[in-house]
Design a binder for this molecule. Structure first.
Ligand SMILES: *[C@@H]1O[C@H](CO)[C@@H](O)[C@H](O)[C@H]1NC(C)=O
Length: 199
């Protein structure tokens, strides 16, 4: 979420359709139990029951982490606000902190994650009392936190960390039997010609 000094900054909310479409809380146990399959229609998807553990969990942690974490200004919508909506304080932030001509893609190599320690994160999640942890494996910037072959050269293995962050976190979370691991994956990408939604 926003750091306190940015709480006054007006941020257009993401369209509700996206929120509804894009949250994929992976029901990991289901495939093992031969769960029923669903069709890509609202009727079918709405018929899907929440797993009982999810209803009972009460508290989980959803992590937005990606290239936008380098500027860490405003929110994960940084790229959109800066270059599409050209919101003044985002434009000023770039003008004041980065050289002229600096592109969003130039943040990629700076996403080093050098202090990331998955088991340390899992320790913190566990003592917080959370029952599940969901990571943005890809947000609308299109950068994948694992080495996706469909996101060539714009993923955490080809550049930046040179690490499979999804796998590292998954391994650490699954070692804690009282924590469940989920992934968010956005089909929509702001600037990918085949991944647009009407905004
Ligand atoms: C990662 O954090 C754990 C604590 O959960 C610690 O034991 C371990 O030494 C740390 N690893 C590194 C490489 O710092």
């Amino acid at each position: 979420m926003l750091p306190p000094e940015l709480r006054g900054v007006p941020l257009p909310p993401p369209p509700p359709l996206l929120l509804a479409l894009l949250l994929l809380l992976q029901p990991l146990q289901n495939s093992a139990r031969g769960a029923k399959r669903f069709d890509p229609t609202w009727e079918s998807l709405d018929a899907r029951q929440l797993p009982a553990w999810f209803d009972q969990a009460k508290f989980g942690i959803f992590i937005h982490w990606g290239v936008y974490s380098v500027p860490s200004f405003g929110s994960e919508w940084f790229w959109w606000y800066w270059q599409k909506e050209k919101i003044q304080n985002f434009v000023n932030f770039m003008k004041n902190n980065y050289p002229p001509g600096f592109k969003y893609a130039d943040f990629g190599p700076l996403f080093s994650t050098k202090f990331f320690n998955a088991s340390q994160w899992a320790d913190i999640f566990q003592v917080s009392g959370a029952k599940y942890v969901v990571l943005t494996s890809k947000h609308h910037e299109g950068f994948t936190l694992w080495g996706s072959e469909y996101s060539w050269n714009w993923n955490a293995v080809d550049e930046g960390p040179k690490r499979d962050l999804v796998k590292e976190l998954e391994g650490a979370i699954r070692k804690r039997t009282d924590l469940r691991f989920g992934l968010y994956y956005s089909l929509f990408e702001w600037f990918h010609p085949t991944r647009l939604l009407p905004l």
